[in-house]
Ligand binder design. Structure first.
Ligand code: AME
Ligand code: ZN
Ligand code: ZN
Length: 404
């Protein structure tokens, strides 16, 4: 059977090896340039760090003075453990499902998040083919390096004159697949607090009772962090007042991810450190939490170094105070899809947009789908690609037609 055009273009995009730590951004930029040419969209590529292009494809609206719609996606993908894949992760194999009714498209980036960026462009294509226009100008923005924090990508782009020139009013970005039936819509995200507790102490022979060692200072800090983790886990397992289950976004998680110390088995180490990946739920006071960590360290004669600390807890309103929300919500409801509103558990580039004052929603139109981002054998169904294109035509017709 012939491969439908939108699917073969998706496969083409997936085959570009934009894999960290050495993404082929040049090939990706050229692929997008080709798409812009086919669709008659204006094309821009800006490098805020050499070799890391931010690419913008612009579909002008009938009322271009209105604040625009940003359709954001990142072009990079995370590394693979190729030996665990059933098919080469950058071949984007199209494999019939067991019952023969569909195809799996198996590739790194299939879910995270090339399907989203691709569907944006195909939705514009489908609308153009039907002769449709929208009021607001739509910018499909393709950014580098989201997977490593966005510091050389979205972080710099939002502060640039080119971003200001987009006159952005509302943005869509990535979400996550849902194994259940609803569409997960992320209106905020937890803030990363990557803290490294460092302790220094007396050294000496490992056979002695040495006073004031680095380990003695660090261990009670780790104990307290583990206790905090248990408290938050208990909160996570406690249903909300309305009986609904909590999601990760509702609590603060803490995981001990690195421990470093020691030079030799019989030498008491001079220093010891523990790195904790903490994700703060937006409802807590971030600065008070930071002080608590610093006080905890000081109480035990150690220091708390903030490797990353995101200080902004802006969430996007999901009520009529945000004029794009009712349009978005109605467009989803009209497709017979239920919305599940959530705080994203990890960090995406949406945090830069929200901090810059742009309301942003994180959506990946994959329902009844296993969550395979960053996993082996990441795939999407061909039917999900086609449905995703249709989904964005409805969403665009709504949000890009919100009157001024
Ligand atoms: C703080 S930069 C790291 C960004 C990364 N984002 C995702 C989506 O995995 C994370 O949350 O760990
Ligand atoms: Zn992603
Ligand atoms: Zn990712």
């Amino acid at each position: 059977m012939d491969v439908p055009g939108p699917v073969s273009r998706f496969i083409e995009y997936l085959r570009i090896k934009t894999v960290q730590p050495t993404p082929d951004y040049a090939a990706c930029r050229e692929h997008l340039r080709g798409q812009a040419r086919e669709l008659g969209l204006a094309f821009q590529a800006h490098e805020y760090v050499a070799g890391k292009p931010v690419v913008i494809l612009t579909w002008e609206g009938t009322e271009p003075a209105l604040p625009s719609i940003i359709l954001n996606s990142h072009t990079d993908v995370v590394p693979v453990f190729e030996e665990f894949w059933s098919h080469p992760p950058f071949e984007a194999a199209r494999v019939p499902t067991a019952d023969g009714s569909d195809y799996q498209i198996i590739a790194r980036g299939a879910q995270d998040m090339k399907i989203v960026g691709h569907c944006y462009l195909e939705a514009i294509r489908a609308m153009q083919q039907r002769g449709e226009r929208v009021r607001r100008t739509v910018h499909a923005v393709f950014v580098p390096d989201e997977e490593i924090g966005g510091h050389d990508g979205m972080a710099l782009f939002v502060g640039s004159p080119e971003f200001a020139a987009l006159n952005a009013g509302f943005a869509l970005d990535e979400g996550m697949a849902n194994p259940g039936d609803g569409l997960r819509v992320f209106y905020g995200e937890r803030a990363p607090c990557w803290v490294r507790f460092v302790a220094h102490g007396q050294t000496g022979h490992g056979s002695q009772f040495i006073d004031d060692t680095a380990a003695e200072k660090l261990v009670p800090i780790i104990d307290r962090m583990m206790e905090f983790r248990r408290e938050q886990l208990a909160a996570f397992r406690t249903p909300n007042a309305d009986g609904s289950a909590k999601t990760l976004g509702d609590v603060t998680t803490a995981n001990l991810t690195m421990l470093q110390s020691g030079v030799q088995h019989n030498v008491v180490p001079e220093s010891a450190s523990a790195s904790v990946d903490i994700r703060m739920t937006p409802s807590i006071d971030y600065q008070a939490f930071r002080r608590w960590l610093e006080d905890l360290a000081a109480e035990h004669g150690a220091q708390a170094e903030m490797v990353q600390f995101w200080e902004d807890n802006t969430v996007t309103p999901t009520d009529a105070s945000n004029p794009f929300w009712p349009a978005f919500e109605d467009a989803i409801a009209a497709q017979g899809i239920a919305i599940v509103r959530e705080i994203f558990p990890a960090a995406t580039d949406s945090r830069y947009l929200r901090r810059a004052g742009i309301p942003a929603l994180g959506v990946t139109p994959l329902r009844n789908t296993p969550i395979l981002l960053h996993d082996h054998n990441e795939y999407v169904l061909q039917s999900d690609v086609l449905a995703g294109i249709d989904f964005y035509t409805h969403v665009l017709a709504a949000v890009a037609n919100v009157p001024g």
